[in-house]
Design a protein around this ligand. Structure first.
Ligand code: PGA
Length: 253
């Protein structure tokens, strides 16, 4: 069975104390994850050490960064390097969230550099892709995501691509309460997998977890995750409410 992941993306929300309380409440549920299941908390940078000390990799709970810089090190005031994340024993990092692409002008080429640095530093990138509403309405979403993948990923070797996680996040579904239907999600995830298969072969394509993100909630997670090519979710709003995120973790296949 492919790895199945429930990933919380706190974004720029919660004070440190609120974050601690939320994490405590979720961990108190003591959900025993199976070997192929993982729960990941992508928290704000200053909270990484707290989260890292509370979660336990052996139990398949991990702390993650929401972003990293695309240069190795140097005079980039305010930025956080991948090497710094690695030195805190962080093993996951979201790369290319649509909010980073839109508000911080991150291009496919910049994201390709981030992926390289993550892989060099033993960090699994959760690479986000997905189209805006206008692209979906023009029915060109398949070509759009294919370009995102080819420009950011296709320089990677088969060995490297096996180590990444992809998150399909249609922008029109993020924070809007408008979730993709299971048919839309499954169709796009199968398409993404076929793009990977075309470049890397079926075996590799079948190993890469593809998460769905965009208004995943406690009441739709099970249905979405039941799609054969949906391997869990990247969850914003609902990851900020302990009982909701607990339910989402429990919905993993
Ligand atoms: P949402 O956010 O669950 O609030 O739609 C998802 C994301 O941006 O990762």
């Amino acid at each position: 069975m492919r790895t199945q992941i429930a990933a919380a993306n706190w974004k720029m929300n919660l004070t440190f104390q609120q974050g601690e309380k939320l994490l405590d409440e979720i961990l108190a549920a003591e959900i025993k994850l199976k070997d192929h299941q993982k729960t990941i908390f992508a928290v704000p940078f200053p909270y990484l050490t707290m989260t890292r000390s509370e979660v336990s990799d052996e139990k398949n709970y991990y702390a993650a960064a929401q972003n990293c810089y695309h240069k190795k090190s140097g005079a980039y005031t305010g930025e956080i390097s991948v090497e710094m994340l690695h030195s805190l024993n962080i093993t996951y990092c979201i790369v290319g969230h649509s909010e980073r692409r839109e508000y911080f002008s991150e291009t496919n080429a910049i994201l390709a550099e981030k992926l390289n640095l993550c892989l060099e530093n033993f960090i699994t990138p959760i690479f986000c892709c997905g189209e805006a509403l206008a692209i979906r309405e023009a029915e060109t979403q398949n070509e759009f995501v294919a370009q995102q993948l080819s420009e950011s990923l296709f320089h990677l070797s088969s060995e490297q691509v096996k180590k990444i996680v992809i998150a399909y996040e249609p922008i029109w579904a993020i924070g809007t309460g408008k979730t993709a239907t299971t048919d839309q999600a499954q169709e796009m995830h199968a398409h993404l997998r076929s793009i990977l298969a075309g470049h890397y072969g079926e075996n590799i394509a079948n190993e890469v977890p593809i998460l769905y993100g965009g208004s995943v909630k406690a009441n739709n997670a099970k249905e979405l995750f039941s799609c054969p090519d949906v391997d869990g979710g990247l969850v914003g709003g609902a990851s900020l409410v302990s009982k909701d995120f607990i339910e989402i973790i429990r919905s993993l296949k």
